[in-house]
Design a protein around this ligand. Sequence first.
Ligand code: DGL
Length: 274
Amino acid sequence: MAEAPAGLQPSWDRDRPLLVFDSGIGGLTVLREARVLMPERRFVYVADDAAFPYGNWEEAALRERLVALFGGLIAEYHPLACVIACNTASTLALDALRAAYPEMTFVGTVPAIKPAAERTRSGLVSVLATPGTVKRQYTRDLIDQWATKCEVRLVGSFQLAALAEAYMRQGLVEEEAVRAEIAPCFVEKDGRRTDIVVLACTHYPFIVNRMRKMAPWPVDWLDPAEAIARRALSILPPIALDAPIERHVDAAVFTSGRADAVTRRLMQGFGLKA
Ligand code: DGL
């Protein structure tokens, strides 16, 4: 096999996919950014739909499930790296995954508290996430580390991830339910108002336009998908820019083994075959 020029990725590694993982279809918000940045890469998208939603899981049980699941995924797909495109899983199990599979590179997705703290003008920031992400020590530590100069409100939503799943499949979302879920994000205090809402669940960007419509005042909705894709790009060995881009269809894997026709169609729209 011919040697790759210094610094570039050898061709035998180039076919190894980047594994993008979420509990459901939320990680597709990250996958679509990754595709734009890395059109020559192969991807495999894995949705642990058998266990969706992750938001309400007991921590030890979910951590155990994730470590066991990745053992199988790594053995089967031999990925170049794994992008955990899920805040609920990353804030819980990134350390355990890295410890269990030290040869593998994991890119995590954690609430974008640092950029929010840097950007806020009012000093009032809200983090909208699953109940799991909201209660994690990891999330509290991010606030202590980066956001001591502002007030951060953590808002745990039981419904929004499921609403986003339904919206992507049926094209409809109950707007009043969205309004009720996002309402606690909006704080008024001493003449100041929340000006940034961190979307700390990868499902939420799919319904951000509905959120915008139902918001009591305009805010910045911080979606970290592009930053995660850039992070993945930055840690992978570069590919020569003139390397041929082959046409291929990437796989989407559902742990339930039951992707229905609507889901398969949705995957097709993202260039994936379920
Ligand atoms: N998309 C996931 C996240 O970023 C969570 C959705 C869920 O399983 O509740 O946290």
